[in-house]
Structures are given as structure tokens and as C-alpha cells.
Design a binder for this molecule. Structure first.
Ligand code: UD1
Length: 368
């Protein structure tokens, strides 16, 4: 399917999942406009766009428009909507660190909840009524029953980040109920990992990674001494936590399918996962096999707020969006490893990374 003739606004499009989704949108000929406040994206002072979007342009040979806009600034949002006519909005812009959300709840509610409300107001003022919302399996909290379906109980979240995602889903549902013009799709991601197959676009965590896969990758590349495995006394086959890891490219494609199969009206929810869980020890083994590196680890106490097991029933997305996760744990580890090796410092110090030596697309010549 083609996106020709459609213009999509991607908020938070300079983030990990956002940039990979922009790449897939461009590949099928959507026009893409990104807004991002660069709170978690690298942009060199000599460049006019974040590094990840320059790389997206190099890989796709297509142009992406970029505006430095803060989602909580209604005037800035308004000026972007005055400049373009959008057919749809994919809304990624949010804060996402669970621990930080406990320490700074107001920041999380302001950006994730108030920011979304302001965006929706501006959309309505400009007659744009379609949105794909970036939600999370975190809205399920402690599962009653597995696998998790879209009908599973939600709202039992233990931290402000999770609560903010849950609250926004409630707001979106009420909004769609209030006016049939709205069509909003909420995608509940399980555990996104991996990188673009080129190794040029991936996750660039600020400081010490909170999540398992980027931490393992940094141990493998020698940046960190060993992994702490949070608990080996869970009620799982090997005692470590089990999660449904999903390749970020499969996830990105899920957004395209959500646009292509969007209903004319109403609020829809889809799980995006593989439907299969892997334990922490299984992920370590898979990464060792993919990288050929040893991953030293020690078992430590459980991390507060963690659950034993989480995995998706993704059959609704399979059926209604014609979407399946096609990449397996080996692909996830290999692509993470390629990205980590090519970009040991993330996007910083990067102009030599894509094409070392004589390069026809150095940073000065890149299209901006
Ligand atoms: C976390 C967030 C979740 C968010 C998701 C995004 C928490 C409690 N939850 O999910 O809200 O939507 O990231 O991807 O932070 N582990 C280790 N050692 C580590 C890191 C993790 O053993 O250094 C274990 C965890 O205990 C868990 C598994 O690895 O069993 C996955 O952890 P992680 O990658 O942080 O994801 P989640 O906690 O599932």
C-alpha cells in the first residue's frame, strides 16, 4: 500500500521508535513532518535536524521536514498546523522513564497528559481528527491472566509514567465518544528492542540504560562490566522475568498498518507484540549467540514494580490491521549488536560512522 498524497505529522519523531516509523512512512511515500523538542535526541550545532533524521534521509533518499517544537507549547503547535494540512497525526512525544516518573510526576503528567490535550485541541481547531497514539502494555499493570488481550483489565499502574499512558487512553476514548468525527487508534507496545537492519538507526539511551536490551548491548561492547539480573525467584520457568520483545521495525510497520486500516470513526485499541515471551536468561543467551561476546551477569534483588511475566495476544492486530511481527529474537539481537558496534556512543561523534573514510554524504552535504 502507498501513502502517496497523504501528509503525516509525527510528534516525537526524533526518538527511537519515532525515527524508525518516519523511515517506514517515507519508504511507502507518505509526506512526513516531524516535531520534537530534542529532549532525548542528538542534534549537532552545525546541523538543522537531529542526526537520526539525517540518517533516515540518507537511507530513504527522501526528505523529512523537521520543526523544533515543544508539545506543551500551544502556539508552537499551532504554527505547524498553519503551515501544513495533515491527514493524520502519529503521537509519540512523551517522557518514558519509569523511575524518573516517580521522582518527577508533574513533569510526566504535564508532557504526557497536558501535551496530548493541547495537541488534540490544536488538531480540532484545524479540522484534523485522526490520530495514532503511542501507548504501552504498561497500562495493564499486574496481569490477571495471560496472554494479555485488549480486553484485559487496565489501570492498575504502579508509577506516574504508566498512569499517564492509561489516563490519555481514557481521554481519547471520551473524546471519540463525544464526537464521531474523531478516529483514534491506540497501539499498546510490548517491549520494543532492536535497530534498523543497516545498524544506522537505533536506541540511544541517555546515561545508564534502564531497559534490558540496551544494557546487554553496552556490556557486550565493553562499556559496562556486567548486567544485573533483577531477581531469579519469579514464578517463571527459569525464575527470571519474561517479556514479549518486539523488533522496533515490526512495531514501526504496525503504525503504517494502523493508518491503512483505520476505521472512519471511534476509538480502537491494538496490542503490538509477538505473542511469545523470553526470560532475561534467554535474552542473554540469544545475545551471546548473535554477538559472539560473553555477557557477564549477576543475580540481584528484584526491581520494585517489575512483574513476572507479560506477553501479548496480538490476534486483533493480526486480523484487523493485517499485521504480524515477522522478526525473531535472533534478528532483534543481531540488529541491536550491529547498531551498538557501529555507534558505541550513540548518535554523537557520528559523521564517520555511516561511511568511514571517503564519503560522498558527509554531514555538510546532507540534505536538510
Ligand atoms: C519497561 C518499563 C515499561 C516500559 C518499557 C518500555 C519498568 C518497570 N517498566 O518495561 O513501563 O513501557 O520498559 O520498553 O521499567 N532487567 C534486568 N536487568 C536490567 C534491566 C532489566 O534483569 O538491567 C529485566 C527486568 O526485570 C524485566 C526484563 O529485564 O524482567 C525487561 O526489563 P525492561 O527492558 O526494563 O522492560 P520492562 O520492565 O518490561
Amino acid at each position: 500500500m502507498s501513502g502517496k498524497g497523504q501528509t503525516i505529522l509525527v510528534t516525537g519523531g526524533a526518538g527511537y521508535i519515532g525515527a524508525l516509523t518516519v523511515l517506514e512512512l517515507l519508504n511507502v511515500d507518505f509526506e512526513v513532518v516531524v516535531i520534537d523538542n530534542l529532549s532525548n535526541a542528538y542534534q549537532a550545532s552545525s546541523q538543522q535536524k537531529p542526526e537520526c533524521l539525517l540518517r533516515v534521509e540518507e537511507l530513504t533518499k527522501k526528505h523529512v521536514a523537521f520543526h523544533s517544537v515543544d508539545i506543551t507549547n500551544k502556539e508552537e503547535l499551532n504554527s505547524v498546523f498553519q503551515k501544513y494540512k495533515f491527514d493524520n497525526v502519529i503521537h509519540f512525544a512523551a517522557l518514558k522513564a519509569v523511575g524518573e516518573s516517580v521522582a518527577k510526576p508533574l513533569d510526566y503528567y504535564k508532557v504526557n497528559v497536558t501535551g496530548t490535550i493541547l495537541l488534540l485541541e490544536v488538531m480540532r481547531e484545524h479540522g484534523v481528527y485522526r490520530m495514532i497514539y503511542s501507548s504501552s502494555a504498561t497500562v495493564y499493570g499486574l496481569p490477571d491472566k495471560l496472554p494479555l488481550t485488549e480486553e484485559s483489565r487496565t489501570g492498575n499502574c504502579t508509577n506516574p509514567y504508566g498512569k499517564s499512558k492509561y489516563m490519555v487512553e481514557q481521554i481519547l476514548q471520551d473524546l471519540c465518544f463525544s464526537n464521531k468525527a474523531w478516529s483514534i487508534t491506540s497501539l499498546r507496545y510490548f517491549n520494543p528492542v532492536g535497530a534498523h537492519a543497516s545498524g544506522n538507526i537505533g536506541e540511544d539511551p541517555n546515561g545508564v540504560p534502564n531497559n534490558l536490551m540496551p544494557y546487554i548491548a553496552q556490556v557486550a561492547v565493553g562499556k559496562r562490566e556486567k548486567l544485573s539480573v533483577y531477581g531469579k525467584d519469579y514464578d517463571t520457568p527459569d525464575g527470571t522475568g519474561v517479556r514479549d520483545y518486539i523488533h522496533v521495525t515490526d512495531l514501526a510497520v504496525g503504525h503504517l498498518q494502523a493508518i491503512f486500516h483505520q476505521k472512519p470513526s471511534g476509538f480502537q485499541i491494538y496490542n503490538l507484540g509477538t505473542g511469545r515471551g523470553y526470560s532475561v536468561l534467554e535474552v542473554i543467551e540469544a545475545f551471546k549467540a548473535a554477538s559472539g561476546k560473553d555477557i557477564p551477569y549477576e543475580i540481584v534483588d528484584r526491581r520494585p514494580g517489575d512483574i513476572a511475566t507479560s506477553y501479548a495476544d496480538a490476534s486483533r492486530a493480526n486480523k484487523e490491521l493485517a499485521w504480524h511481527a515477522s522478526r525473531n529474537i535472533d534478528d532483534m539481537c543481531k540488529d541491536t549488536w550491529r547498531w551498538q558496534q557501529k555507534n558505541p556512543d550513540g548518535y554523537k561523534n557520528s559523521s564517520s560512522v555511516i561511511c568511514p573514510g571517503a564519503c560522498s554524504l558527509d554531514s555538510k552535504k546532507r540534505a536538510v
